[in-house]
Design a protein around this ligand. Structure first.
Ligand code: EPU
Length: 342
């Protein structure tokens, strides 16, 4: 276990916000985490605790007067290999895209469309990360955790995790209660490409990749290139990917808006609900590419807020509120941040 006191969080959040924490604790095994939690409970320490991954979904509004926990559990194990499926248990501290690359190199398929998503394996199971028609939940079977109050181990089935769009029980009732230590994935030995998300087929054709003979490596490369064209690299421009979730509205709201905005893109969620791309709503309000001080809206994807250099968390928050106000006034829709404000 490593403990760093009075730690700068600059390298621990992709927005590049210069905040500090009282201490950063990094653990390498489940046992190290358990003993940290139990010692803390014994000492009656009730100072704030925040578990982070690679900080790709966080906005620090101020210094954090407590302990930041980070997992460096990086082991992995094939737990079963039966018929078309392989079952793999992955340490929470492994980078998400490192895992995707490793799976494809091993000829285990399914994760191709989730290529290049920032963050770590542990956070993927909390956030149910998703892109290009796939979600982490499609491949997660179980999640192993440690209770941050008692140090006890608890296993959750995917059903118990209550997965939904960018959502799980760990973001609601159990928020902050459990640290994910390992995630169990089920992948396939057969490559079955998912190409239905808008733009994938066109991007494949542009690269001369033939759908029938498509390889997983070609699909991964295409997804990576689509992402790079739309989303800024946090090493060059601080950001946390999509700042808002795409709002899901009632069918009647959608019908009302469609009359006024016939070109509005949308996806049907179920018989009564429709999802509307927040990026489109923000762009319609004239925010795409605009800035407010050092906080800005990315020019190629209006759903992404960026730190143009030296922005504070509060600068980004003010920009978020200005956008929310405009979208609410124009469309009557309340945008919800996907990023966690700390
Ligand atoms: N659009 C605009 N203007 C914009 C951006 C988007 O009009 O500036 C409209 C376009 O009509 C476009 C549609 O929105 O066709 C959808 O855009 P895009 O395919 O870029 O996806 P998104 O809905 O904006 C979601 C995820 C992304 C993920 C992509 C691809 C959320 C909150 N975001 O964005 O996730 O990469 O789909 O699947 O669901 C992330 O979470 O950090 C992230 C990047």
């Amino acid at each position: 276990m490593t403990i760093e006191k009075d730690c700068s969080l600059l390298g621990h959040n992709t927005f590049g916000i210069d905040a500090k924490a009282r201490q950063l604790v990094e653990y390498h095994t489940v046992e190290e985490l358990q003993s940290f939690v139990r010692q803390r409970a014994q000492a009656g320490d009730t100072t704030p605790l925040l578990h982070i991954g690679s900080g790709s979904n966080l906005l620090f509004l101020r210094d954090f007067d407590g302990t930041i926990l980070h997992s460096c559990i990086r082991d992995f194990k094939v737990t079963a290999d039966e018929g078309d499926y392989v079952y793999v248990r992955i340490g929470a501290g492994i980078g998400w895209d490192e895992w995707v690359q490793y799976a494809l190199d091993s000829h285990w398929y399914g994760l191709e469309n989730l290529s290049l998503i920032p963050g770590e394996v542990g956070a993927s199971a909390i956030q149910n990360i998703g892109a290009y028609g796939s979600e982490a939940k499609d491949f997660i079977l179980f999640v192993d955790t440690v209770d941050l109050q008692t140090g006890d181990i608890r296993h959750f089935t995917a059903e118990e995790c209550g997965y939904g769009y960018r959502d799980s029980i760990f973001k609601h009732e159990l928020r902050g209660r459990y640290a994910v230590t390992h995630v169990h994935f089920r992948l396939s030995h057969s490559f079955r490409p998912r190409l239905d998300y808008g733009g994938i087929r066109r991007a494949l054709a542009e690269r001369g990749f033939d759908e029938v003979n498509l390889t997983a490596a070609q699909l991964r490369q295409t997804i990576i290139e689509i992402r790079r064209a739309k989303l800024p690299d946090p090493k060059e421009l601080g950001n946390a990917g999509s700042f808002f979730t795409n709002p899901i509205v009632e069918q009647q709201t959608y019908e009302r808006l469609k009359t006024a905005f016939p070109d509005m893109p949308h996806y049907e969620v179920d018989e009564r609900h429709v999802k509307i791309p927040a990026g489109w709503l923000i762009e319609q309000c004239g925010w795409k590419g605009r800035s407010q001080g050092a906080a800005g809206v990315y020019e190629h994807q209006a759903l992404v807020l960026v730190n143009r250099g030296g922005a504070s968390g509060k600068d980004i928050q003010q920009l978020c509120e200005a956008i929310q106000n405009d979208v609410e006034t124009r469309f009557g829709i309340a945008l919800k941040p996907e990023v966690n404000f700390i």
